[in-house]
Design a protein around this ligand. Structure first.
Ligand code: HEC
Ligand code: HEC
Ligand code: HEC
Ligand code: HEC
Ligand code: HEC
Ligand code: HEC
Ligand code: HEC
Length: 391
């Protein structure tokens, strides 16, 4: 009798546990083949920890007190347009708004729903309503540490009607739910739900990994990777294509970028003539064309191993540590060899500063900012990925 009720209780407890686990693991909106970043942490703790703080992880995020960088405190909480129009940053019950007032009367208002950009240079905001995403009129810019007109927006009045296409999410997130329809021959997109997988997640780069996770959970002693693409064994072109999906500048993809998997060919997604190499950095903008510039460099063309990951850890941002990057240069350009720097200078200076001279920061001709109340526009600058001798 005692025993039976014990077993019964044990069965119920087990049943509840199993059930709660099923409910606990939320279905991934991308489908069952995806497992989600959290499932990678137990077996790949260092990649997971590094990635959590990276620009990739924050390429998009739900807008809240932690993710919105722009200020909501006077005097940095408003932007003055001509004709007594002011846009104020307002918050109410954990909702955040950009509200436009004319002579003190509320005229237009939209919520902050999504942040785009980690804020290395700028952060911009999307609002979701009427089954569409709209970019807010004001963005936050690091060079001026303030609000200013979103890039390309009119300077004379706050514009609330800039619709955002799914391609924006194609580079700044890992999934957005959208539907397409036709109005005549014009393709229209709608977003019936505000459903996004934020940031550039593990599986955005590595491809769906549910099978990989399930296999290694079942066979914890197996040390050879199963059901996951081994990037190190792809060709160099395939390796740079993986990054170029998002690092070759703005263009109109021919196929859904969310379907791109490591090993795929970029030219199957984006027309090849977009990749014509620019002669100069001036063709660059905030959506930098690192791919075009790097592949135009002699280092790339005359070696067959240089890729993006020769210099960048794909999981961790190493900002401003130019000495570490210089070491990468010297893995191919060794002091004393015939292909070392021919500039006459102190060896110490050379060894610390390859990057300063051969990958200089150059002002962008495309992005200039004028913050509220300022007279002089500020030009943004970018690191050139065209490695060469700059005179
Ligand atoms: C239960 C353990 C386990 C989990 C969970 C797991 N992996 Fe792995 N993974 C392994 C093992 C074991 C290897 C092979 C040894 C190694 O390279 O670390 C591996 C290797 C890899 C590799 C390298 C493949 C190669 O050889 O180049 C990638 C990429 C990878 N995993 C991605 C992921 C991602 C993404 C997730 C989460 C969605 C994940 N793993 C979750 C166990 C796991
Ligand atoms: C799905 C799109 C996507 C892919 C694929 C991608 N990136 Fe990025 N990457 C971004 C976006 C978007 C940002 C800017 C994020 C931000 O600042 O908010 C970024 C930022 C970066 C940065 C700047 C980090 C910093 O310190 O600010 C580096 C370096 C970088 N990516 C390298 C790579 C490399 C190398 C690869 C290939 C292994 C790659 N990316 C693949 C979208 C992508
Ligand atoms: C082709 C891929 C691509 C598309 C499409 C794209 N971006 Fe980006 N975006 C990037 C990359 C890569 C960066 C990192 C900057 C760089 O390349 O130097 C970036 C940077 C940014 C930044 C600055 C982030 C920071 O940390 O300073 C903002 C803001 C931004 N993008 C907004 C947008 C918005 C809004 C859209 C859609 C209207 C969009 N982007 C479309 C790839 C893309
Ligand atoms: C921007 C694209 C990108 C993202 C995001 C990304 N990876 Fe990677 N990962 C790569 C590339 C590229 C390599 C191959 C590096 C090489 O061989 O130079 C790699 C290698 C690996 C490896 C094998 C080598 C190593 O460093 O241990 C593992 C394991 C791995 N990634 C796991 C993860 C996990 C887990 C996440 C999420 C927390 C993640 N990756 C996110 C691009 C990415
Ligand atoms: C994978 C190997 C490799 C790496 C890493 C590499 N280079 Fe090169 N680089 C080459 C090769 C090969 C050439 C062309 C042949 C030569 O000049 O010896 C070259 C050429 C150059 C040139 C001459 C370019 C021209 O247009 O005349 C400069 C300058 C240069 N590299 C600087 C650098 C700097 C700075 C770095 C680090 C940011 C770097 N390289 C990283 C392989 C590499
Ligand atoms: C020879 C080394 C080298 C290679 C190869 C390289 N990068 Fe970079 N990259 C750098 C350096 C150095 C910086 C500046 C880092 C800093 O200022 O902290 C940088 C910065 C960046 C940034 C930040 C935005 C900017 O322009 O300041 C992005 C994004 C980026 N790289 C993407 C890529 C991609 C994508 C590839 C491959 C197509 C690539 N890089 C190949 C050295 C390299
Ligand atoms: C102070 C600026 C400066 C620094 C630092 C510097 N270089 Fe140079 N480098 C130059 C100039 C200028 C030339 C052209 C010299 C000439 O031909 O008169 C040059 C030439 C070269 C060349 C030969 C280019 C050719 O025409 O074939 C290579 C390769 C090179 N540098 C690599 C490097 C590497 C690698 C480092 C870091 C270890 C480095 N440089 C550091 C300024 C610099």
């Amino acid at each position: 009798m005692y025993k039976r009720s014990f077993y019964l209780t044990a069965c119920i407890v087990a049943g509840v546990l199993i059930l709660s686990q099923c409910i606990g693991k939320k279905a991934d909106p991308r489908g069952d083949a995806f497992s989600g970043d959290a499932s990678c942490s137990s077996c790949h703790p260092s990649a997971f920890a590094a990635h959590q703080h990276s620009a990739h992880a924050f390429a998009s995020a739900p807008a809240d007190a932690h993710t919105i960088l722009g200020k909501f405190i006077a005097p940095h909480d408003s932007f003055l347009f001509p004709g007594n129009v002011v846009v104020k940053m307002e918050q109410n019950n954990n909702r955040y708004y950009q509200s436009a007032y004319l002579n003190g009367q509320l005229r237009e208002q939209a919520t902050f729903d999504i942040t785009i950009g980690q804020g290395r240079k700028a952060q911009t905001y999307l609002s979701w309503h009427d089954n569409k995403y709209f970019q807010l009129p004001l963005s936050w810019f690091r060079p001026v540490m303030n609000w200013a007109n979103s890039p390309g927006f009119p300077a004379t009045y706050p514009y609330y009607k800039r619709e955002i296409a799914s391609s924006c999410f194609g580079c700044h997130s890992s999934y957005v739910k959208f539907e397409t329809s036709f109005e005549g021959v014009r393709k229209m997109e709608s977003f019936p739900e505000n459903k996004v997988v934020f940031g550039i997640t593990c599986e955005r780069c590595h491809g769906p990994a549910q099978e990989h996770v399930a296999f290694h959970m079942q066979y914890p002693d197996e040390k050879t990777a199963h059901a996951i693409t081994r990037i190190g064994q792809l060709s160099r072109q395939q390796q740079v294509d993986m990054c170029a999906v998002c690092h070759a500048g703005l263009k109109t993809p021919q196929r859904d970028l969310f379907e791109f998997r490591p090993g795929d060919r970029l030219s199957d997604y984006i027309m090849a003539d977009y990749f014509a190499t620019p002669a100069e950095q001036s063709a660059n903008d905030v959506h930098g064309r690192q791919y075009q510039l790097l592949t135009a460099s002699k280092c790339f063309r005359m070696s067959n191993q240089l890729t993006c990951t020769t210099c960048h850890d794909p999981h961790e941002d190493k900002r401003n540590d130019l000495t570490a990057y210089t070491k990468k240069c010297m893995s191919c350009h060794q002091p004393g060899s015939t292909n070392f720097c021919t500039q006459k200078a102190d060896m110490q200076v050379l060894q610390e500063k390859c990057i300063n001279c051969h990958m200089p920061e150059q002002p962008s001709g495309v992005i200039t900012l004028l913050a509220s109340g300022q007279q002089q526009p500020v030009a943004d600058s970018l690191r050139s990925h065209l490695i060469k001798v700059y005179r």
